[in-house]
Design a protein around this ligand. Sequence first.
Ligand SMILES: Nc1ncnc2c1ncn2[C@@H]1O[C@H](COP(=O)(O)OP(=O)(O)OP(=O)(O)O)[C@@H](O)[C@H]1O
Length: 345
Amino acid sequence: MTARADRSSIIEFRDVSKVFTGRSGDVTAVDHVDLSVNAGEIFAVIGYSGAGKSTLVRLINGLERVTSGELVVDGQDVVQMSESQLERKRRDIGMIFQQFNLFGSRTIAGNVAFPLKVAGWSKERRDARVAELLDFVGLLDRAHSYPDQLSGGQKQRVGIARALAAGPKILLADESTSALDPETTQDVLRLLRKVNRELGVTVVVITHELEIVRAIADRVAILESGHVAEIGTVFEVFTNPQSEVGRKFVSTVIHDKPIGDDLARIRQAHPGRIVTATVHDGSRLGTVLAGAGAQGVSFEIVYGGIGTLQARSFGSLTLELSGPEAAVDQVVAQLRGVTEVEEVA
Ligand SMILES: Nc1ncnc2c1ncn2[C@@H]1O[C@H](COP(=O)(O)OP(=O)(O)OP(=O)(O)O)[C@@H](O)[C@H]1O
């Protein structure tokens, strides 16, 4: 059965598999994947090493060919395309890489101009376009430098300018910040956001770090052994992961519940009932706690934090509630009435 394409989807995988045949047998890198990327969004693909992320994304621009299934990219079925059709199609799909893949013997301007030269643009048009792109990525003054004179972050800016040269609708970013330090990573992520917001380019980001997803993506698919373990908005996946692998990823970035030594220390110092309550916009935790005293229950905040996720507050607080058991039960019930509450063992 083939699902009808969502009108807003720009990339549509329908039951797509990719099998590599090697000497030591077949490897199914992508295993019956159904997913769609919406036009204009920043979509992240996350997974551990070997999960099939790179292969999945390389299918989009035909660097790898689909073994079975349908793959529609911007209205065209790339499975049926010939190599020369794919070559033309790739002009609408920019790609950047972890190791930047710049030509060391060409200047920055020469690197950005290269795809335009291949596409047959005149020198005059190329020069104007290169200047415009270098200005966009903040490197106009480095036009005549060579890649090895640039920092890693600057090299990736050149990579982005080159990927955007022919005005693609889609930009694929394969571990594009993995070789960069945290500060430079933030710079590159800001630039990718600018590409998305100002140019309307759909961005597909591959990463193995959930922090990258949190910083940039609108939606995320978690890959495990070639299949989609779960997919959702970043807020949904962070706040309520549905799969085991999703929970594992989220626990690496959201330390919302005390575990191990932290839990042992809290237990020792706080003999009362310990619960963790989720905090998000509109959860009236404070109102409930303000009324706890009148019911004979006192509380301490013993662990937790609140941050921002996709412009919404999100976090959790672990509380020690002390007082008569029935009254504590009542306050826990009131907390459950306004938010999710978990007993801490
Ligand atoms: N050209 C190839 N030939 C044979 N097997 C391959 C090839 N490319 C990838 N694979 C295998 O396919 C599986 C998925 O690899 P892929 O590189 O897509 O995963 P990944 O999630 O991107 O991993 P990483 O984060 O390490 O890059 C792995 O088992 C890998 O060894």
